[in-house]
Structure formats: structure tokens, C-alpha cells
Design a binder for this molecule. Structure first.
Ligand code: NAD
Length: 547
């Protein structure tokens, strides 16, 4: 590491700080954000190009991303990468790999920290595009960019921590044993649309910080904001070919990326269906591929909150409403099952009904909006199908109405259903929209059984003032991230490393101390330091010596 690097990152983890939220209670911040929303819209529809080896190119086929709040507005007209583009991008990434691998962790970290700075400078611009391209309300979009900055800052420091060689047992019997982490090679990053800034940035940063070269494929719905992220990395000083950007269709360029024999690792966040398919495809080792592809897949959830008899409903109800309907329930961590103990059941439902009716549904660009649109027409129709099923087969506790918004954007009103069947599709399947299903439990043990009766294990929550039940939940509630007496979404990098198990994913938690190791292989070098009878001071191989 050079002098400059040591100055920037003296103590790897100790100086990590989470990016503060924008304080929208300040008039100046509201006005800056409004201006950013106006300013980004002047460029719509914006062309989004492929970036391979530092060069941008367009394709004749285009994919349009629409504003989910106003589907007449085309936000971006994106290139659609083909299999040939994937092959070219992999070649460029392979070519750039040896040099990037040799670059010291400190130098790599400095480029990543520069990207964090650039992102900070352009925070409102990125958030404004997330509002218009992904339909994220102000606070959600702001949090998305803050999380992206956190990933940059956190993984840069992690790379330094892991980059230093470790002497395992100094001088044990005259032997040096050194453990080093080295990168894997070329990493394909495949991202979802629901955290269009944070998730692609996080997966890409981890791969780069570890010394790999990357091909980033964003979701079809949100290419523009991902393109800006890729350009920020280049502006920060990433050499050509180290990060290649391929917007396009999952079943075309995503599929080729997964199967390409020169891609060492796929890191994916998205649906269970696609994630499991990727695991299967990547397991094949075609002739000439001399490694088993590593795969990390973060997938869906069917998350539950338990409301215990002792819960404080004054705080529980707002926590439930935000967890279920924040960003229209389109978070993998969102609450979609509510398990309420008998003695509080009626009161809890009454208050939920009132609370849900008071939620403000509107365009994502309106600062007062609490429930914005869903991502696209396909998602809206799928969610409406579940709502129809709920109306027929469950009891409707709350069924909102989007009124005239339905003719402008992809809006779905929050719905709450009551079911007495734990095996009903409303209780089993990930809906990915503003639909909450409530079920009654006789006691806390039964509530835990219902909560665990799902193939997923992502997030979960308990609202309780009974210490013994909170202790039990810690032991018995089977989720990757358990939240007690609070909302169950919005994990923060470094503080709440995030990720699930079972069918919610394979891999170590994002934003935590184990994540970066997945992008590396560990090697151990053991050297016998007892050079009996050797001329130990002479450098170079023996046949070069003149003695
Ligand atoms: P998706 O699976 O439809 O798409 C994700 C990505 O995969 C997109 O870039 C898509 O183009 C690509 N893809 C599609 N088919 C492919 C194929 N055959 N081969 C390779 N790539 C392909 O998911 P989505 O709708 O973008 O995101 C929503 C889902 O993501 C939800 O299920 C949600 O729970 C999950 N999610 C999970 C986490 C987590 O951390 N566990 C975080 C966010 C979202």
C-alpha cells in the first residue's frame, strides 16, 4: 500500500460510518430534491448504452423503462445486450483481470472510496431517477442511495482487512504459514429492480474490492440508474474492462452470463424461480471449464410478524403497516404474514384497518406519498390476481381503492385479508405487493410454529413486552434477520448484515464481515525456514547463480 492509501484508510473498519439520511424536514432539502426530480426528467427518455472495455455501444433492439407512477413517460431507452455482447464483455473482463488482481487492495479501495464520494455528490440525482424509474417514494429512494454509499465504504475497508496476509503460527518449528485471500476471476453480477442502486452497487463493489473483474447486468425495469452507477465507477478511476455493463433481458444475456465457461462466479439477487435456475445452470462444468462456478443467490421471502398478547399496539401497528406497505410491499424483507395472539386479535385488526385506510396512496414523486405504484403492469396484474383470490377465499379486513390513479400508473391499493389456513397461497407464496394476510394463534408456541411453517427464512419480527417470549423468539424463530419490537425492513450495512437461508438464499450476509470472502479463495503457503546447507542470502533461482 502506498503512503496516500495508508492516509485514507488508516484503520480499516473503525472509521466506517453509515451515510446519514437526508433530513426532509428541512425546507432546503425538500427544495433540492424537488429540483433534482425536475432536472432528471428533462433528459427523459435517456439512452442507456452497453459498456464493454470502457467503450459505450447501442443496439438496434431497445428496452424501454417506464415511470411506474405515470406509464406514458418513458424514462430510458436501453440497449439490449445479446449473447455476443456477453462473450465480448467476458473477454474484456478476462483481459483486465491480471492487472486488477495485481493492484493492491489499498489502491482498489481508494478507487471505490472515490466512487462513494461521487455518489454522495450526486445523491439526489440518483435518488430522483430511482423515484421515476422504480417508483420509489422519496424516503425509500434516498435510503437506497445511502445504502449503496455504505456498501462502497464498507467493502473498501473489508478488502483492506482481508487483503493483509496472515501469519498463522509464527516460527512454529521453523516454519512460516501464511494465509492469503486471492480473487476468483470474472464475476457476473445480476441485480433486481427493487433496490436498483444499492443492490447492484453492493454486489459489484464486493467483487471489485476483492480483486475480480465484473460484468454487471441490471434488471430490465431499471437500467438507467444502474448505468449511472457503472459510469460513476469509471469516473472514479476504474481501468477499462474491469467493470463491464450489460443491460438486457434476463433470459438472453443473463442466461449466457450464467453459462459462460469463463465466468468464475455469479452473484444474483432476485426471485426464487430465477435464483434456483441459476444454481442449476451454473453447476454444469462444460468441457474446458476447469473450475466449479461459485454461486451466491439472494432470493425471496414470506416474512411474518408475531403480535404477542403483551404487545404495545401503539408502536406495533405503525411498525406492521410500514413493514407491509412501505414501497408497496416490494421489499424481500416486507411483512406479508401477520400472526396475532387471540387476546389482542380484535383490537389489533381494528387498529390495522384504521391505519391502512389512512395511508396516502400517490405518485412516488409526491413527497407525502406513503404507498406508491408497483413496478410494472405484469406485477400489478399478478398482485391483483392474489387480491381476487383473497376476496373469494379469505375475509377482507381492508381493501383500499386507488381511484383515478389506475389510469395513470401501476397502482395497487393495500389489502389486508384474514385467513384461518396456514397452507393457503396467501400465506405461502411471495406476492411482492401491498397484500398482508392475518392469522390468529392460540398461544406463543403456536404463533412460532405458524411463523416457521414456510420454505423461506429471510426476515421476521416479534412485537412483545414479555422477555421470556422475546428470548424464545431469538432461539426458535427461523429467519436470517429477526427484528424485535420494530419494523422488519431497512437493514443497515455494518449494523444489520442482511440475508436469509432455506429457499431465501445461499450465501453470507451482505454488509457483514463474511460477505467479501465469498468473492475470494483462500490459499495457504507453508515455508520451511530452516535452510540447512543452503546459501540463503542469494536471491533468484539456483540455476542463475554464479558461484
Ligand atoms: P427476477 O428474478 O425476476 O430478476 C432478477 C434479475 O435476474 C434481473 O436482472 C433479470 O433480468 C435476471 N434474470 C431473469 N431471468 C434470468 C435467467 N434465466 N438467467 C439469468 N438472469 C435472469 O427478480 P426481480 O423481479 O427483479 O426482483 C424481485 C425479487 O427479488 C423478489 O423475489 C425479491 O424477494 C427478491 N429480492 C431478494 C433480496 C434479498 O436480499 N434476498 C433483495 C431484493 C430482492
Amino acid at each position: 500500500m502506498n503512503q496516500e492509501n495508508t492516509k485514507t484508510l488508516e484503520s480499516p473498519l473503525s472509521d466506517f460510518r453509515n451515510e446519514p439520511q437526508t433530513d426532509f424536514s428541512l425546507e432546503v432539502e425538500r427544495s433540492n430534491f424537488s429540483n433534482a426530480l425536475k432536472s432528471v426528467a428533462t433528459h427523459f427518455p435517456q439512452d442507456v448504452s452497453i459498456i464493454i472495455d470502457g467503450r459505450e455501444e447501442m443496439t438496434s433492439e431497445r428496452i424501454e423503462s417506464l415511470d411506474p407512477s405515470d406509464f406514458r413517460q418513458i424514462v430510458a431507452s436501453s440497449a439490449a445486450a445479446t449473447s455476443d455482447h456477453v462473450d465480448k464483455a467476458v473477454k474484456a473482463a478476462r483481459k483486465a483481470y491480471p492487472e486488477w488482481r495485481r493492484t493492491s487492495p489499498g489502491e482498489r479501495a481508494n478507487i471505490i472510496l472515490r466512487a462513494a464520494e461521487l455518489m454522495r455528490e450526486r445523491k439526489h440525482e440518483l435518488s430522483a431517477i430511482a423515484v421515476r424509474e422504480a417508483g420509489k417514494p422519496w424516503r425509500e429512494a434516498d435510503a437506497d442511495v445511502e445504502e449503496a454509499i455504505d456498501f462502497l465504504e464498507f467493502y473498501a475497508r473489508e478488502a483492506l482487512r482481508l487483503g493483509a496476509p496472515r501469519r498463522l503460527q509464527p516460527w512454529l518449528l521453523g516454519e512460516h504459514n501464511d494465509l492469503v485471500y486471492t480473487p476468483l476471476g470474472v464475476v457476473g453480477v445480476i441485480g433486481p429492480w427493487n433496490f436498483p442502486v444499492a443492490i447492484p452497487t453492493g454486489m459489484t463493489t464486493a467483487a471489485l474490492a476483492a480483486g475480480n473483474t465484473v460484468i454487471l447486468k441490471p434488471a430490465e425495469q431499471t437500467p438507467l440508474v444502474a448505468w449511472l452507477v457503472a459510469r460513476i465507477f469509471h469516473e472514479a478511476g476504474l481501468p477499462d474492462g474491469v467493470l463491464n455493463f450489460l443491460p438486457g433481458r434476463g433470459e438472453v444475456c443473463g442466461e449466457r452470463l450464467v453459462r459462460h465457461p469463463d465466468v468464475n462466479m455469479i452473484v444474483f439477487t432476485g426471485s426464487r424461480e430465477v435464483g434456483l435456475r441459476i444454481i442449476r445452470s451454473a453447476a454444469e462444468t462444460p468441457e474446458g471449464q476447469h473450475f466449479v462456478k461459485r454461486v451466491v443467490t439472494e432470493m425471496g421471502g414470506k416474512n411474518a410478524i408475531i403480535v404477542d398478547s403483551s404487545a404495545d399496539l401503539d408502536s406495533a401497528v405503525p411498525d406492521i403497516l410500514y413493514s407491509a406497505f412501505g414501497f408497496s410491499g416490494q421489499k424481500c424483507s416486507a411483512c406479508s404474514r401477520l400472526i396475532v395472539l387471540e387476546d389482542l386479535y380484535k383490537e389489533c385488526l381494528d387498529r390495522l384497518r384504521e391505519g391502512a385506510a389512512a395511508l396516502k396512496i400517490g405518485r412516488a414523486s409526491e413527497p407525502s406519498t406513503q404507498v406508491g405504484p408497483v413496478i410494472d403492469g405484469e406485477a400489478r396484474d399478478k398482485i391483483l390476481g392474489y387480491i381476487e383470490l383473497g376476496r373469494k377465499e379469505a375475509r377482507t379486513i381492508h381493501g383500499g381503492d386507488v381511484g383515478g390513479l389506475a389510469s395513470e400508473g401501476f397502482f395497487v391499493a393495500p389489502h389486508i385479508f384474514e385467513s384461518n389456513r396456514g397452507d393457503h397461497p396467501l400465506m405461502r407464496e411471495e406476492i411482492f405487493g401491498p397484500v398482508l394476510t392475518v392469522i390468529k394463534a392460540g398461544n406463543f408456541s403456536e404463533a412460532l410454529d405458524i411463523a416457521n411453517d414456510t420454505p423461506y427464512a429471510l426476515t421476521g419480527g416479534v412485537q412483545s413486552r414479555t422477555p421470556s417470549n422475546l428470548r424464545r423468539a431469538r432461539q426458535e424463530f427461523e429467519v436470517g434477520n429477526l427484528y424485535l419490537n420494530r419494523t422488519i425492513t431497512g437493514a443497515i450495512v455494518g449494523r444489520q448484515p442482511f440475508g436469509g437461508y432455506r429457499l431465501s438464499g445461499i450465501g453470507s450476509k451482505a454488509g457483514g464481515p463474511d460477505y467479501l470472502k465469498q468473492f475470494m479463495v483462500s490459499r495457504v503457503v507453508s515455508e520451511n525456514m530452516m535452510r540447512h546447507g543452503m546459501a540463503s542470502l542469494v536471491e533468484g533461482p539456483p540455476d542463475n547463480r554464479e558461484d
